[in-house]
Design a protein around this ligand. Structure first.
Ligand code: FES
Ligand SMILES: [Fe+2]
Length: 386
């Protein structure tokens, strides 16, 4: 985030605080319950959002060395993301060209390339088919026509995006709202390429995939739900919102911001006095805290509108290589994870049950929940349900 923005956000926060106000839009928004309960709605989301859009799949630091790979099926298709021989990033369907077996699982290091576990066809780190055992049984097969199927991928700002449709092109800056806009300059300035993965959590939750992201999109629930965790630290029902195309930045204000009042304006800085949430359309959220960043991703489970797979990756600016550092980060992460796991998730799972009961036809988003409105509206528009 640029210095001017860091000052400007403090200024905007003080203006709201001094008026006992928050960012409000003109009107409430009625979000249809079927967006959380209809399998037809979900099928459209999967077809459009999870196949046509670039998805944030990793940070660069998850794949530091040539040959490092991550295999992931969460988007509904088998994806393989790999740091290739020249140090760039390649993405493929994780699907052998012989008879379709999955090449690798989880994450790891492919030192000499990839060998299919089924009949051992092997590929190099560029996805080129190198060897077919018992080659004489495959006469007239051109190896060059049986390379792994590549997927469009971009590595930028220390992050990696893949579009799970072969042949589709995307411009990540345009998707992030444009090069001249604040979101790109924020991401650039964080230098995520210098971060280190610290921990990862995966959760199978009994809620629609959007509900998981909804929970980050308003601080209107802080005082009642997070009384003893984040409410003592962050202001309740107070946020700033900036939108960038389909994405957004939501700034939640720490009570410590009062310290800025004693400083000359040029020394103001929102970063130590906020929790920033970047919603990266469609399914990723970055929680930017003073000293670390969390990447939250939520994926629908095909055909199960009321379930999702959530992955949280926790990145830190320096490696935690001493016991003292590990202890510090363990305690630090505990608050973030406990808040979401023990407070948000049980409450939001109860929302899924409530919405599935048929009690309500719509959810009512208040004027004070502008980020939530932006997200839901963009999703509905993207799938042609506006
Ligand atoms: S399916 Fe991969 S080698 Fe046969
Ligand atoms: Fe929460």
């Amino acid at each position: 985030m640029e210095v001017d923005t860091r000052i400007e956000l403090v200024e905007r926060a003080f203006k709201l605080l001094d008026n006992n106000d928050t960012t409000r839009v003109d009107d409430i928004y009625l979000s249809p319950v079927e967006s959380y309960t209809s399998n037809d709605w979900l099928a459209q989301e999967q077809e459009i959002l999870f196949k046509q859009y670039p998805l944030l799949v990793a940070f660069s630091c998850d794949l530091p060395n040539n040959g490092d790979f991550i295999a992931n099926d969460d988007a509904g298709l088998p994806l393989l993301i790999l740091r290739n021989q020249s140090g760039g990033i390649s993405a493929f369907y994780n699907t052998c060209r012989h008879r379709g077996a999955k090449l690798v699982n989880g994450c790891g290091k492919a030192l000499k390339g990839l060998t299919c576990p089924y009949h051992a066809w092997s590929y190099d780190l560029e996805g080129r088919l190198k060897a077919i055992p018992d080659q004489i049984s495959f006469p007239n097969i051109k190896k060059s026509e049986h390379n792994l199927v590549t997927l469009p991928v971009v590595e930028k700002y220390g992050m990696i995006w893949v579009c799970p449709t072969a042949g589709k092109r995307f411009d990540i800056d345009e998707q992030l709202g444009g090069l001249q806009q604040g979101l790109v300059s924020d991401l650039q300035a964080y230098h995520f390429e210098n971060y280190h993965p610290y921990a990862q959590r995966r959760m199978h939750c009994k809620m629609n995939w959007k509900l998981m992201l909804d929970t980050f999109l308003e601080p209107y629930h802080f005082a009642p739900l997070h009384r003893n965790t984040v409410a003592p630290i962050l202001h309740h029902n107070l946020c700033l919102l900036d939108t960038y195309g389909q994405n957004l930045r939501e700034t939640m204000i720490r009570k410590s911001i009062e310290k800025c009042r004693e400083l000359p304006k040029q020394n103001w800085d929102i970063l130590p006095h906020s929790a920033l949430f970047y919603q990266l359309f469609p399914n990723a959220g970055l929680v930017m805290q003073r000293d670390h960043v969390e990447l939250w991703r939520s994926y629908p489970i095909p055909g199960q509108v009321g379930e999702c797979m959530v992955q949280m990756d926790y990145y830190i600016p320096e490696p935690a290589d001493t016991p003292a550092a590990k202890d510090h980060w363990e305690r630090n992460m505990d608050l973030a994870v406990r808040t979401v796991l023990e407070e948000d998730i049980p409450c939001v799972e109860s929302i899924q049950v409530g919405l599935s009961s048929g009690a309500n036809t719509h959810s009512t988003f208040g004027r004070n929940e502008p980020a939530l409105i932006h997200f839901q509206r963009e999703i509905a528009q993207a799938i042609g349900r506006s």
